[in-house]
Design a protein around this ligand. Sequence first.
Ligand code: APR
Length: 322
Amino acid sequence: FKRPKIALIGGGQIGGVLAQLCALRELGDVVMFDIVQDMPQGKTLDIAEASRIDGFDVKLSGTNSYEGIAGADICIVTAGLPRKPGMSRDDLLTTNANIIKQVAEGIKTYAPDSFVIVISNPLDAMVTLMKEVTGFPANRVFGQAGVLDSSRFATFIAWELGVSVKDVNALVLGGHGDTMVPLVRYANVNGCPVMELLEQKYGAEKAKEVMEEMVKRTRNAGGEVVALLKTGSAFYSPASAAIQMAEAVIKDEKRVLPVCALLNGEYGVKNLYVGVPVVLGANGVEKIIELKLNEEEQKMMDVSVNAVKGLVEDMKRLGFLS
Ligand code: APR
């Protein structure tokens, strides 16, 4: 049997954590690509030299040429600039679109059968561009956003209720921006509705306020980290999220995870990448799950979808998309 080959395109903050997690979980052999000379070689060498201590048997290597990713089974893309304090993800559009275009050409040429998980921001737009340039089928090109946004929401709920985060299920839909849609009605602690638990703790009125605060914090969670770090954006949690997705594909787990996927009529949206729950397995996005949203939720989803549409229009105007 052949070990899976995982190509990490971008060896910066997220790329480094991705490589270490791939090794610790023995997900497959790792090749890290970056344009910075020698850096991916150094980073992967550093991680590989912990193999005796952590006890992993995978190979790690770095490269500055796309030939190095030849035959990759899965590519995880973090190439591109991160935000600085005060920037929105959308401010990265032109710079990162130029980078993603190059990356997509490299993947198309050297890893034409791979699954591609995009993390670079603005996420929904970068996934769209990746799909267009590679021409890969939609089940093989998708983006990481919802797994992290949902984990953030779940974490805040767990802290608020003083319960194990392992028991919290919380789902965030929509685009990976300020208009994302945390689904309050579906949030639960091992089957117990979160709103009911909050009402028991605070009464109906205050419970609503507390939830609104958590929704707000979830939407701004990336920005909160950026403001504290000052020199970059979140990198541990986005890496963990993408690894959960890669693992679902590599091990054919059929995980139900929120993923930025190409919609074809679901949620009233056609031919647009948006975050929705999907079944993730050996064929990548195997099924899109369409939840019945109530009027208020659908309205929020529409706002988020329109924000993504705006980004796609900008990309067309700038000549990145046809
Ligand atoms: N090809 C490949 N890699 C590139 C290219 C390119 N054309 N241009 C830049 N890079 C590399 C940089 O050299 C750097 O090592 O991408 C890496 C990005 O790493 P960081 O700057 O540390 O950013 P990181 O925190 O990892 O975030 C990467 O993910 O969450 C998003 O908004 C975030 O868009 C950002 C991306």
